[in-house]
Design a protein around this ligand. Structure first.
Ligand code: NAD
Length: 313
């Protein structure tokens, strides 16, 4: 029969595209429950789903930050039976640490970390009873390697990686699979909007040098990286589909072979010096040569990591 897939954060970006890709599966193998905080934002998804809407795709409201909303949503699923849970909802946070309030940081952890924990807590007991299920978490390469000025976002994804690495062992005993998807940069509206907002802001609390490094050095190189190696939400949806259709899904799944060299630095030198120095040089010394640097790095791709990368095609 059809597998029931519940996905969080489906009003835009990657979540929307995963929902549509699975709902439009040619063999109709999935019954997709696409969830979002506010159903008023459903139009883009409904349009993209076309005639799958109402057939292989249905909608439910869900805010991953609310215990009540999570419980209600799962109670509304027939027999609370979910075969595949895809934790996609997440928020970004970018900028000099001095300008970010602890409240804003907690909001990121509340969504990116506790949101996933809340979902897993609600869905896992039923999966354990049935001795089957697959939990997928949308992590990021920033769950594996820190990135300057993304300090708190990165920390939230690292937290998720540690949590899942621990859970995976217990879940394996119950025949429940756990997979992390680790995209590099992905073109979503979110990215363009964030870049625009960020360039306009004043950054109170941060000194002039820090603000300059952020706006004039980090932001342009970050835009370069997005241009040079950004993937589409379709790419990530295709990778995710491959992971859930695999007979023996891997725990970690990078999606972007252009970005793997950056992650490989960490494994090439476990003291951390190589990655910290390379990032420093990329940012402050070769900024304008970012494209060339990227191609050199690409040639250096460590073969063990290439094996870990899922190709979207
Ligand atoms: P996006 O902003 O388009 O999608 C995130 C979705 O999560 C939105 O629909 C948003 O409404 C939803 N959301 C936020 N808070 C929520 C909450 N409390 N409850 C329910 N839904 C909530 O951005 P995206 O790029 O599609 O991001 C999807 C996931 O992919 C995130 O976890 C993000 O961290 C991760 N990711 C993104 C990139 C990238 O470059 N865009 C790279 C790696 C990983």
């Amino acid at each position: 029969g059809q597998k029931v897939v519940l996905i969080t954060g489906c009003s835009s970006g990657i979540g929307l595209r995963i929902a549509v890709t699975l709902a439009r599966d040619e063999k109709k193998r999935y019954h997709v429950i696409a969830t979002m905080r506010d159903l008023k934002k459903k139009d883009k998804l409904v349009e993209a789903a076309g005639d799958a809407y109402g057939k292989t795709l249905m909608l439910l409201p869900l805010d991953v930050c609310s215990d009540e909303s999570v419980r209600q949503c799962i109670d509304n699923v027939k027999d609370r039976h979910i075969d595949i849970l895809i934790n996609n909802a997440g928020v970004g946070l970018l900028g000099p640490l001095e300008s970010i309030s602890i409240e804003e940081m907690k909001r990121v952890f509340e969504t990116n970390f506790f949101g996933v924990v809340r979902m897993i807590k609600e869905v896992m007991p039923d999966m354990k009873k049935r001795r089957s299920g697959h939990i997928v978490v949308m992590s990021s390469v920033m769950g594996l390697q820190g990135v300057v000025f993304n300090d708190v976002y990165t920390a939230s994804k690292f937290a998720m990686e540690g949590f899942c690495e621990s859970m995976a062992v217990q879940l394996m005993k119950f025949n429940i699979r756990l997979s992390m998807i680790e995209p590099g940069p992905v073109h979503t509206e979110f990215e363009t909007k964030m870049m625009e907002d960020v360039a306009k802001m004043e950054y109170p609390g941060a000194d002039a040098d820090t603000v300059r490094y952020f706006k004039d050095v980090y932001l342009p190189s970050s835009i370069d990286i997005f241009e040079a190696m950004g993937q589409t939400p379709e790419d990530i949806a295709n990778c995710t589909k491959k992971v859930i259709e695999s007979n023996s899904p891997r725990f970690r799944n990078l999606t972007n072979s252009l970005y793997t060299p950056i992650v490989a630095l960490k494994y090439a030198d476990e003291t951390g010096g190589l990655s910290v120095n390379t990032f420093y040089n990329l940012l402050f010394n070769f900024g304008p040569l970012m494209h060339i640097t990227m191609s050199i790095l690409k040639c250096l791709t460590c073969s063990c990591l290439r094996r870990r990368t899922i190709s979207p095609n």
